[in-house]
Design a protein around this ligand. Sequence first.
Ligand SMILES: Nc1ncnc2c1ncn2[C@@H]1O[C@H](COP(=O)(O)OP(=O)(O)OP(=O)(O)O)[C@@H](O)[C@H]1O
Length: 277
Amino acid sequence: MSSDAAASKPTTVGDATSAAVAASAATAGGGRAASAAPLLRVQGLAKHFGAFRALDGVSFDVMPGEVLGLVGPNGSGKTTCINVITGLYRPDGGSILYQGRPVGGMAAHRLVHQGINRSFQIPKPFKTLTVRQNVEVARTYGQHGGGANADTGIGELLRFLDLEPHADRYAGELTSAQQKMLDLARALATRPKLLCVDELGAGLNPAELDLVAGRLRELARSGIALLVVEHLMDFVDQVTDRLIVLSAGKNLFEGTLSQAVQDPRVVEVFLGAPDEH
Ligand SMILES: Nc1ncnc2c1ncn2[C@@H]1O[C@H](COP(=O)(O)OP(=O)(O)OP(=O)(O)O)[C@@H](O)[C@H]1O
C-alpha cells in the first residue's frame, strides 16, 4: 500500500467494498443480529510445548460479525491460540466449537473449507506469482473452490484492499505493508466466516493503520467475525468490540478496552507491579 493510497478515506471504496465482501456476508448470515449463538466457542483450550503450557485453559466466544481483540504481553499465548484455532497446531486439551460443531484438531485446509481462515504476522505470499495470481490461488482453497466462478469478486477484493494498482506485480516486489494487504486478500478470497488476524498493524504507518482499521470494521459489518491479535492499543480501540486479555496462557480479563485499562490486573501484566519500578 502506498502512503498516498493509505491516506485515502475508506469510504471511497463504496460499492466495490460491498461487492467484495457480499459473498462472505451471505454465507455468514448477514451480521451479529442474525444469531445469538456463538460462531466460535473456545473452552478450556490447552497447548503444551514439552512441559511448557503455552495455553492453559483459555475460554472465550466469538459472536457472528463480532470483532474480538485478543491481547496480552509478549509470550502470553495469543498467536498460539490462533494457530490452534486455525489448525496449525493440534490442541492438547479443551474444545473448539465452530457453528456448534467440534473442530479442534481439524486440518487447516478443512477449516478453510468450513469458513475459518487467518492472516499471518509475517506474510508468506508466493513471491514469483503476481498479486492477482496469489489471490486466485487462494480462491481455489475456499469453501466454494475454484470452478467457473473462481475469479468472481477478485477485482473488487483487490480494490477493497488498495491492491488493484499492483495486481500484475510480483508479490515479492511489494512493500511489507502491501504484503500484509495481500495476505488479507488471500484469506478473504476463501470467503471466511471467521477471520483471525495476527498483528496486522505491526509496521504500518498511522495512515495505513487508519485505513486497515476501517476495512476491518467494514468486514465485520458485512457479517464476518474477526479475532484480532494486536499490540497497538489505538488500533485495538478503533477495531474491536470486546477484548480478551491473556496472561501466561490463561484468561485474565474480558470486557471493553476502557474497562481493561482500569483493571489493576491488566495494568500489572502490561506494566509490571508498582514495586517493580
Ligand atoms: N512452536 C513452539 N515451540 C515451543 N514454544 C513455542 C512455540 N510456539 C510458541 N511457543 C512459546 O509459547 C509461548 C506463547 O507464544 P505466542 O507466540 O503464542 O505468544 P504471543 O502472546 O503471541 O506473543 P507475541 O506478542 O510476542 O507474539 C511463548 O513462550 C513462545 O516462546
